[in-house]
Design a protein around this ligand. Structure first.
Ligand code: NAD
Ligand code: UDP
Length: 341
């Protein structure tokens, strides 16, 4: 389960133990694409903690070996440096393939638009082919970005979204929408056992300080006493989920039989200006707020409807926003300056 949150945990979901429904046995051997990234490395750690052997496939485009430091010398963990856009195979049995490999922050996918589309298309195809050949369950980490700038709020899985197909976020949104369609086609036409989860904004230790996302940007700015760069007037909202909760949701979806798509996120919604103020206060910082230009097609509202995850997986987030942010700030404060920048 996720890290327990204490009482009075701010705007987060009230702390309570997360109950899980009866699910299939844990995977014995899993392939994790993108396992050297932020979410993927936490997933690898959790899979190893439950006794699953892990083969991580990653080309380190946006990930880092630092994220896998805890796996050094672990005989049950293997890193394959490989671009998933090229076909790949893995010796021996595999019963779970988790496909995370893709640039994920708006800065990263703006820098790597073609690589992002290829990871969603060719990377997903190759990961699905591996799962099909091995008879493994396949889990796609899709995203709330498939809802685009949503006209329905909060977003249930039944909402089809409002995406600009040629806009500044299209390389990511459309790659994931294609990946969802391909995963669905493998389920219906190839008989592959698949599940799609749509992750909402996830934060926690191992985010790159320079990945451009709001949480690492505000934390590093507040700790350094620099202005917090709030885009637009900061009235746009996001709902932040701690990575421990996200990973618990991924594992619950992997173990269940549901095909998805299933939203995984924390419904606790904040404006970005509130987030900046919250982080500044938790850092004990006197940094001013600086209003900067808002990126094109930046979604105005985002909040998951997690009714399906609650009922189908028995999953809900356990980490409150304030304790989760405080723990993340503590991790950033401990990091040697420059590592992974
Ligand atoms: P990340 O950038 O930290 O991790 C992505 C990993 O994929 C990196 O290690 C990178 O090197 C690897 N990768 C990228 N292209 C690759 C390729 N062609 N071949 C092999 N490896 C490749 O990002 P993250 O935040 O950990 O996101 C992981 C996944 O979760 C992504 O698929 C992302 O779309 C999804 N997701 C994340 C969030 C979030 O808030 N972090 C929200 C929604 C969805
Ligand atoms: N944002 C901001 N300042 C920053 C980085 C991001 O105000 O330094 C805003 C961004 O415009 C968006 C929100 O914070 O409205 C969340 O951005 P992030 O990149 O973290 O995630 P995403 O847009 O992918 O949800």
């Amino acid at each position: 389960t996720g890290t327990a949150a204490g009482p009075g945990s701010g705007t987060g979901t009230a702390a309570r133990p997360v109950t899980r429904p009866a699910a299939g046995p844990a995977a014995r051997r899993a392939v994790v694409t993108g396992g050297a990234g932020f979410v993927g490395s936490h997933l690898c750690d959790r899979l190893r903690a439950q006794g699953t052997e892990v083969v991580c496939v990653d080309n380190l485009l946006t990930g880092s070996l630092d994220n896998l430091a805890d796996r050094a010398g672990d005989p049950g963990f293997t890193l394959r440096r490989h671009d998933v856009c090229e076909p790949f195979d893995v010796d021996g049995p595999v019963d779970l393939v988790v496909h995370l490999a893709s640039p994920a922050s708006p800065h990263d996918y703006a820098r790597h638009p073609v690589e992002t589309l290829r990871a969603g298309a060719h990377g997903t195809h190759n990961a699905l082919e591996l799962a099909r050949r091995k008879g493994a369950r396949f889990l796609l980490t899709s995203t709330s970005e498939v809802y685009g700038d949503p006209l329905v709020h909060p977003q249930p899985e039944t909402y089809w979204g409002n995406v600009n197909p040629i806009g500044p976020r299209s390389q990511y949104d459309e790659a994931k929408r294609y990946a969802e369609a391909l995963t669905t086609a493998y389920r219906t036409a190839r008989g592959t056992d698949t599940v799609i989860v749509r992750l909402f904004n996830t934060y926690g230790p191992r985010m790159r300080p320079t990945d451009g996302r709001a949480v690492p940007a505000f934390i590093t700015q507040a700790l350094a006493g620099r202005p917090l760069t709030v885009a637009g007037d900061g009235s746009q909202t996001r709902s932040l989920c701690h990575v421990d909760d996200t990973v618990a949701g991924i594992l619950a979806a992997a173990a269940a039989g549901h095909p998805g798509p299933i939203n995984l996120g924390n419904p606790a919604e904040l404006t970005i200006l509130q987030l900046a103020h919250r982080i500044r206060a938790l850092c004990g910082s006197a940094s001013p707020v600086e209003f900067v230009e808002r990126p094109g097609d930046d979604p105005s509202l985002r909040r998951p409807d997690i009714t399906l995850a609650r009922t189908a997986l028995g999953w809900q987030p356990a980490v409150g926003t304030d304790p989760g942010l405080a723990a993340t700030i503590a991790w950033f404060a401990r990091r040697p300056v420059g590592v992974g920048a």
